[in-house]
Design a protein around this ligand. Structure first.
Ligand code: SAJ
Length: 412
């Protein structure tokens, strides 16, 4: 007998929802991809991806052949509803407005025994205190799971398939049901637990990273006072088998690491290591700005024209959410003419790389896209200072450049 295939409606076709939907569809699950944006759905119907991500184009092409994915602005009743909508930070809490809107849209088509999966990152007790009580009011038998997404932009597909997944079920049966669904496209181990553990675990992961980056940023400031090369020191310290210090930089961007830790500490008034770390990271743009000012003073740069290389929040992605380039741009623009370029970002204020390289007499590397390691800075003779907030230039780039090269955390 031919067993009926499960159907899944994915709500939110963004950086997480779309790759998840396509992975499921590629594994012969029938997937309806719902988004409130008609433009996004029309793009997908026309066979175009709304953003780029490693391997996503190939996966999309494959799924098109199989005909298992359908983009739609009409919500379709399915065995599973997977919610992957944004949860911005609102006064220290996850703003559940889009998750709640998604649930309100599901309610009229929801049938008994269907399952709701929340992949959006939410606060530790949001399932128990807000979302589950809301679904209980529908008075229908439901299954519910919180399975926070854990894939990193730039390597999303590989991580979605190979990372461990934490499946927090309203009951063990709920978790098992969703575990079975995920086992069709996830090769990593699946861990069954409760929603509050799943949510806390996700926020802890990003908090660990935020605090670790803050520590490396503090080491950077110490290195500049004590005159040692922080990059060399960190890489040597990391040779220790139990040490993994992260990298310093101009600040922390993206939709997760500067935001999620607030879900733990947003409401606390007491002393908090987590809060301090978030503030330290957020202060790095100002610190980098002051360092640039100092370089302009020391090297007596006349009529500075500042060129920012990189606007994305991290290397090789086309995502500028919460990018540290934004506060730095604002600070620099108050005093100087600023030109910004990024091969991945399309915004009205983005100039061509040629224009920036040919006009700036001071370059600030904000995002360390691999591509920048191929630039021959030496041939732009008007360029007097390179300020590298990521310590990203190659040795040969540094050697050939005849102006002043300054790296964050290396005044040795
Ligand atoms: N950054 C540093 N120093 C570092 C590492 C990162 O300054 O050593 C900066 C980056 O430049 C960037 C920001 O931090 O501006 C965040 O980048 P990231 O690569 O650390 O993280 P995200 O936000 O792209 O993805 C994270 C991941 N979480 C963890 O690695 C614990 C990902 O697995 C999550 O799925 C994602 O958050 C999320 O959605 O929560």
């Amino acid at each position: 007998m031919n067993k009926r295939r499960s159907t899944v409606t994915v709500l939110g076709l963004g950086y997480i929802g779309l790759p998840t939907a396509l992975l499921m569809a590629d594994n012969d699950i029938k997937v309806f991809g719902f988004d409130i944006s008609k433009d996004r759905v029309n793009l997908l119907k026309d066979g175009t991806l709304p953003f780029s991500e490693n391997g996503l184009k190939e996966l999309f092409e494959h799924v098109k052949q199989k005909n298992t994915f359908q983009a739609t602005t009409q919500l379709v009743s399915s065995d599973f509803y997977l919610i992957a909508v944004p949860t911005p930070q609102d006064h220290g809490k996850a703003d559940l407005i889009y998750v709640i809107k998604a649930l309100e849209m599901i309610e009229p088509i929801f049938q008994a025994n269907q399952t709701i999966i929340i992949e959006s990152t939410i606060g530790p007790r949001d399932c128990e205190d807000v979302l589950i009580p809301l679904i209980q009011k529908w008075k229908k038998k439901f299954h519910f799971v919180h399975c926070p997404e854990r894939a990193i932009p730039g390597n999303t597909l590989l991580e979605m398939v190979h990372n461990d997944r934490i499946i927090g079920g309203y009951s063990l049966a709920c978790a098992e049901k969703v575990g079975k669904l995920y086992s069709h496209f996830v090769k990593g181990p699946l861990h069954l637990t409760t929603p509050v553990v799943a949510a806390s675990c996700k926020v802890m992961e990003n908090t660990y990273r935020a605090v670790n980056i803050a520590l490396s940023n503090e080491f950077t400031q110490l290195a500049e006072e004590l005159h040692f090369n922080v990059w060399e020191a960190i890489s040597l310290a990391n040779r220790h088998p139990r040490v993994n210090i992260h990298e310093p930089g101009p600040g922390v961007g993206g939709h997760c690491i500067p935001i999620d830790p607030w879900f733990f500490v947003g409401n606390s008034t007491g002393k908090s290591l987590i809060k301090l770390a978030l503030e330290k990271n957020a202060s790095m743009a100002e610190y980098v700005f002051q360092s640039i000012e100092e370089s302009i003073r020391i090297y007596q740069l006349k009529n500075p024209i500042v060129g920012i290389l990189g606007f994305a929040y991290k290397k090789n992605v086309d995502d500028a959410r919460e990018t540290p380039a934004e506060p730095l741009k604002r600070l620099l623009e108050k005093k100087y003419k600023v030109l910004i370029t990024d091969p991945f970002i399309k915004q009205p204020f983005i100039s061509s790389e040629k224009e920036v390289l040919e006009n700036a007499n001071l370059i600030v590397i904000v995002t360390n896209h691999d591509h920048y390691q191929k630039i021959d800075f030496a041939k732009h003779t008007q360029l007097k200072i390179i300020y590298d907030s990521r310590n990203s230039l190659t040795l040969s780039q540094k050697k050939s450049f005849k102006g002043q090269y300054v790296a964050l955390g290396n005044t040795a």
